[in-house]
Structures are given as C-alpha cells and as structure tokens.
Design a protein around this ligand. Structure first.
Ligand code: SAH
Length: 209
C-alpha cells in the first residue's frame, strides 16, 4: 500500500505541475490532508468486498485511497470534469488497478440511470456540495441497507434526507496528525429513493430540500 500511495503522490505532483488538479501541492501536506484523511474513512463503515461509488472524486479522493488500502473494494469513481476523470484513469493504469471504473458524468443524471441507481453498498463524497444537495444526488445510488458517507470539516446535521430514503446515523469523528478534526456524516438507505429524485442541478442549487 505504501508504494502505491507514493506512486500516486508522484503522479499527483506531476499532474499538478501541468494543470491545476488539487489545491494542496506540498508532498507532506498531501500525505496528511489527502491520504491520511481518506484512510480515516475506513473506520466509518465496512468496505471489504463492497460496491463503492465515489461521487465527485476529483483527483481520486477518497475513492482511490480506499481502493489502494482495501483491494477488495469494487470501486466506481464519478466526476463531472473530463480532465480529472482522465487523470484517475491514468493513475489506475499506472498502479495496475484494472477493475476500477472511472466515469465521466454528473451524479444527478447518472442517478436516474438503471445501471447506477440503487446499485451501490457505499457512496462517498468529499468537498463536492452542501449536505442537502449531496444527499439528494448520492442517496439514489444506494441499495436499501447501504450507507452514504459525506466527509465534512464538522459534524453537520440534516434531517431532510428522509425524503430521499435516507436516515441519519451518528457521525464518525476523527483527528489527523496535523491536529485537524474532521467528521463523516452518515446516512443509512432505509427506503428506495422516490423516482422524482435527484432533480436537475439548477433546481437543487436554487431550492435545496
Ligand atoms: N472529492 C475530491 C474532489 C473535490 S472537488 C477531493 O476531496 O479532493 C469537487 C469535485 O466534484 C470536482 O472535481 C467536480 O468536478 C465534481 N462535481 C461537482 N458536482 C458534481 C456532480 N453533480 N456530479 C459529478 N461530479 C461533480
């Protein structure tokens, strides 16, 4: 795992020199604020053998780090930005992660596609949108019984998830070696998402439920 993460770090640094991929550019900071942060997610749910969708994965966080640490994870990375999807595809090629699926698309659209909807055991998201919007675009991907993990700076509460078939659970709290405390907001899928959700992005932005 260490070697794979170090190779991933190298590829991130190379790509960052060519185009703006991540805001954090210092290797020591990347190790803590990206790698350590994403590894902490392993304590928030059981990932072994799970079908995991990382929504808005950007340069691969947290999904790729999880897949490197827990090789039995069946991972799909989803992002709306083509250059980020091409980057994660090339990282998977370099690291020999041939079973990872890197998808270019928008969560609120793929959430209506039968190959994605109600199909995952775990959905993750870090730094993508506010919690109400995230619940609307992420909960539809889960099968009943699955769990949505939203990585946030603090333990935010949101009770509106019920309308998307989600039930709020206790947040998972952790501290990084740099002293920062973060939280994983957790929602269990307890009922199928009604067919009208997710709505179009414009509607979600204008009128979060
Ligand atoms: N999760 C990564 C990236 C966060 S930046 C990290 O923590 O570092 C947010 C990413 O979400 C961007 O790459 C953006 O393209 C993507 N994104 C935002 N809204 C999206 C949507 N509706 N569907 C898919 N991807 C989305």
């Amino acid at each position: 795992m260490r070697e794979q993460l170090e190779r991933y770090l190298q590829l991130l640094l190379e790509a960052n020199a060519r185009f703006n991929l991540t805001a954090v550019r210092d290797p020591a900071e990347i190790r803590v604020r990206h790698f350590e942060d994403c590894l902490k997610l392993l304590g928030a749910a059981d990932f072994a053998g799970r079908r995991v969708l990382d929504a808005g994965s950007g340069a691969g966080f947290p999904g790729l780090v999880l897949r490197i640490a827990e090789p039995s994870v069946r991972l799909t990375l989803l992002d709306a930005t083509g250059k980020k999807v091409r980057f994660t595809q090339s990282v998977c090629g370099e690291l020999g992660l041939t079973d990872v699926s890197c998808v270019h698309g928008r969560a609120e659209e793929l959430g209506h596609d039968g190959t994605f909807r109600e199909s995952f055991d775990v959905v993750t998201a870090r730094g993508v949108a506010a919690l109400p919007a995230l619940c609307e675009i992420c909960l539809p991907f889960l099968r009943t019984g699955g769990v949505f993990l939203a990585m946030k700076e603090t333990a935010e509460t949101y009770d509106g998830a019920e309308r998307f078939g989600g039930t709020r659970e206790e947040p998972y709290l952790y501290t990084l070696t740099d002293g920062r405390s973060h939280a994983v907001c957790r929602f269990r899928k307890t009922a199928p998402t009604p067919p009208q959700y997710p709505r179009a992005w414009g509607k979600i932005k204008k009128d979060s439920l």
